[in-house]
Design a protein around this ligand. Structure first.
Ligand SMILES: Nc1ncnc2c1ncn2[C@@H]1O[C@H](COP(=O)(O)OP(=O)(O)OP(=O)(O)O)[C@@H](O)[C@H]1O
Length: 330
């Protein structure tokens, strides 16, 4: 029986993080290889390509998949993996603008630290959200301001980073309109005019670190946050409370936990999934418990005082009769 190193497929967006990924690629590969991971790469060429690359990596039997880039790349990789029966553990090298999900999991936002997290082989298993036929790991939402993450031009993001999101938010603020929602959950039904609704698996979104303070990535439940119809002054007041995590007792807020939630509306409502356009209502959201293994910091501490993550060790070396030294690019 030969002992072979684990084979990793690094799926990276060469344009993310002001092209830092492209510049750092040789060093990243060297560090992964030194750490015992035989690594081949796929550079994405545009929207949707990371999903196809992740599905292909699974079909080809890679032991580890690494998503390197921003939240958009991570979202696409998760969508390529979530439907498959066998899902290898996922490593994250966050090199995007906001890196919301890496923040939630306390994954270092520098490439050396992120690579070392993967090499230490500690993983946690997280719930995955399903919306109709799409998947998300962080947060889904609709209504006021939720569409701004995919409306911000990527050129502006490259130039001024996260500030681009705040500028877009200010531009949209005077034009906010409520939407009429019909919501069905195990907890009961609701018919309400709302400003926005958020369905959280994790709790980190665009600097709002305490939006869903009780959200756990491994409890099999979504934390649902609804902001009822209100005027602009009220909206700004509640948003500023949310920045401090002090919004849950506000009378404008409805907060509940559920595994399934059906949302319909007579209005045209776009859905934001992990920062990307995910479709429009009506939608059925389902939490798929413990669906994906992700490499995390060995302390198991998630960010923002969330419950500690459950950890397991995933060893690199496996005993196998097959020698496999395949390397390729593209
Ligand atoms: N070669 C490419 N050229 C242009 N766009 C690409 C390419 N490869 C992937 N993309 C698209 O770029 C989008 C944004 O990428 P990504 O999220 O990785 O980086 P970012 O925008 O810098 O970070 P963030 O999402 O955190 O703001 C992805 O949704 C993806 O569809």
């Amino acid at each position: 029986m030969a002992v072979r190193p684990k084979r990793a497929r690094l799926i990276y967006n060469p344009t993310s993080g002001r092209e830092e990924m492209k510049r750092r690629l040789p060093e990243i590969l060297q560090r992964l290889e030194r750490g015992g991971l035989e690594t081949s790469t796929h550079a994405t060429i545009g929207e949707g390509d990371a999903s196809l690359a992740a599905a292909e990596a699974i079909a080809r039997g890679f032991d580890v998949i690494i998503a390197a880039g921003g939240d958009g790349t991570l979202y696409e990789v998760v969508n390529g993996m979530a439907e498959k029966e066998h899902r290898p553990p996922l490593g994250i090298i966050p090199l995007g603008t906001t890196n919301d999900f890496a923040r939630a999991l306390n994954i270092p936002r520098n490439w050396e630290g992120a690579v070392d997290v993967i090499l230490k082989q500690h993983a946690t298993v997280i719930d995955v959200g399903k919306m109709n036929k799409r998947y998300f790991i962080n947060i889904a939402g609709g209504g006021s301001l939720t569409e701004l993450t995919y409306e911000v031009p990527s050129k502006l993001k490259t130039m001024i980073g996260q500030m681009a999101y705040y500028m877009k938010g200010l531009e949209k603020l005077p034009r906010l309109r409520p939407i009429e929602l019909y919501i069905q959950t195990e907890e009961g039904d609701l018919h309400e005019e709302v400003m926005l609704f958020l369905i959280s698996n994790s709790n980190s979104v665009g600097g709002f670190e305490r939006l869903a303070p009780d959200a756990s990535l491994s409890d099999g439940l979504f934390d649902v946050l609804i902001l009822k119809k209100c005027n602009l002054a009220e909206f700004i007041r509640v948003v500023s409370l949310a920045l401090r995590g002090e919004h849950l007792d506000d009378p404008n807020i409805i907060y509940l936990q559920t595994q399934h939630i059906q949302v319909t509306s007579p209005d045209y409502v776009q859905i934001n999934l992990d920062g990307e356009f995910g479709g429009t209502l009506p939608c059925l959201f389902t939490n798929l418990p413990q669906h994906l293994h992700i490499f995390v910091d060995e302390t198991g501490q998630s960010t923002y005082k969330n419950p500690p993550l459950n950890l397991m060790k995933l060893p690199w070396k496996t005993k196998t009769g097959v020698e496999d030294n395949e390397q390729d690019e593209g």
